[in-house]
Ligand binder design. Structure first.
Ligand code: FES
Ligand code: FES
Length: 174
């Protein structure tokens, strides 16, 4: 059956069985390999993507229930690797083997979208379903705090009042 999917801002039509998990569609049909297969039973979080902005396990999401809801995968988190989570992950050097990290970043970015400055407890609660066999949990938590800082700094700099203040400072410096 044909399904029209909205993935990373592009409409793509796939002809697949109704009960095919979105993870299979992404990886095997569309060759989008950033989203990882870990357990296939909703227990590890490696396959996390955003559906309508919420983190979901794509191995447990049948293609037939997606409809035209926007899907974001790790490939679509930003056009150029500058999403605050991606920048913070690099700053903190989070990954070890890296296998779980696409899912970790998708869960972290969904958390920050709804809770811009999360506490340790909120981070732990949101990230609890994302398993890392390399044990990078402390670096993940640090990177999420850092990403929250990057996001609020860039929001401050792009705020009209700050742009005006920075413009005034530059004029004074001349
Ligand atoms: S592969 Fe989907 S939760 Fe593990
Ligand atoms: S970095 Fe290896 S599983 Fe998480």
């Amino acid at each position: 059956m044909a399904y029209k999917l909205n993935i990373n801002g592009h409409t793509t039509t796939v002809d697949v069985p109704a009960d095919m998990p979105l993870l299979w569609v992404l990886r095997d049909v569309l060759s989008m390999k950033g989203t990882k297969f870990g357990c296939g039973i909703g227990q590890c979080g490696a396959c996390t993507v955003h559906l309508r902005g919420r983190a979901v396990r794509s191995c447990q999401t049948m293609v037939s229930v997606v409809g035209d809801s926007p899907i974001t995968t790790i490939e679509g988190l930003s056009a150029d690797g500058t999403h605050p989570v991606q920048v913070a992950w690099q700053d903190v050097d989070v990954p070890q083997c890296g296998y779980c990290q696409a899912g970790q970043m998708m869960s972290a970015s969904a958390l920050l979208a709804r809770t811009p400055n999360p506490t340790d407890q909120e981070i732990d609660a949101a990230m609890t379903g994302n398993i890392c066999r390399c044990g990078t949990y402390m670096r993940i938590r640090e990177a999420i705090h850092k990403a929250a800082g990057h996001a609020s700094a860039s929001a401050r700099h792009s705020h009209p009042l700050h742009v005006a203040a920075n413009h005034q400072k530059s004029k004074e410096a001349l």
